[in-house]
Design a protein around this ligand. Structure first.
Ligand SMILES: Cc1ncc(CN)c(N)n1
Length: 216
């Protein structure tokens, strides 16, 4: 098994809990009240700004052009591709990214942001990778499962589901897992253990984010 295969196997039970989270289940059925989705989108917009900053830090600390290009491509994805559906929802709610600037993150969101920023400040490239990858890969895992269920076909949130379930996103996730394997393959077992723990912690923070979004 590769490092990423082992690490993914360790977090799948957490990601399955994300699939079962009431917020995700109601998105699937299209029964989630739009007001809850609005709060999620606002909190997610705050989160994604910090998420993008971690990539900025990773670019700064990259020593090869290939690494810079990889992190840059992910940064573009977050700020352009992923932003398209998010911005269309914000627009429907009468909001723009500028309106988000003055809104405070909820505590669970702040925890996740603090965790990422701490690793961006003090960690190396591999640690940064482990902190950001569950965000990308867990959404793919969750929404591939959701998109495959017949109940999701008529969901009013179908565009959102598709954004994370489409083949292009699947291909990017595969590329990113391979990249992480490349970067981490030669590390000692102790280092790998520490990296897997960061990946697991980020996955738990993802679960908290889903539960927060339902609660608020
Ligand atoms: C909190 C969170 N996690 C993951 C994703 C998917 N990139 C997201 N938009 N927001």
């Amino acid at each position: 098994m590769t490092f990423m295969e082992e690490t993914l196997a360790q977090v799948l039970p957490i990601w399955d809990r994300c699939v079962e989270a009431p917020f995700v289940q109601e998105v699937k059925k299209g029964t989630l009240p739009m007001e809850k989705f609005k709060h999620y989108m606002i909190q997610d917009s705050i989160y994604l700004k910090y998420y993008a900053r971690v990539y900025g830090k990773a670019i700064y600390h990259s020593s090869t052009l290939k690494d810079i290009q990889m992190f840059y491509s992910a940064l573009c994805f977050v700020t352009d591709t992923e932003s398209a559906v998010r911005l269309s929802y914000l627009n429907r709610f009468g909001l723009t990214d500028s309106d988000i600037e003055d809104i405070e993150p909820f505590p669970e969101n702040k925890n996740y942001i603090d965790f990422m920023m701490d690793i961006a400040d003090n960690g190396d490239i591999c640690e940064m990778l482990m902190a950001v990858l569950p965000c990308m890969l867990s959404y793919n895992y969750i929404f591939r499962k959701i998109a495959a269920e017949p109940e999701s076909k008529g969901s009013i949130y179908r565009d959102f589901i598709e954004d994370y379930a489409n083949e292009r996103y699947v291909a990017s996730c595969r590329l990113w897992s391979d990249f992480a394997d490349e970067k981490c393959a030669a590390l000692s077992d102790d280092r790998k253990k520490k990296l897997a723990a960061i990946f697991e912690k980020a996955s738990l923070l993802e679960l908290d984010f889903w539960n927060m979004s339902y609660k608020e």
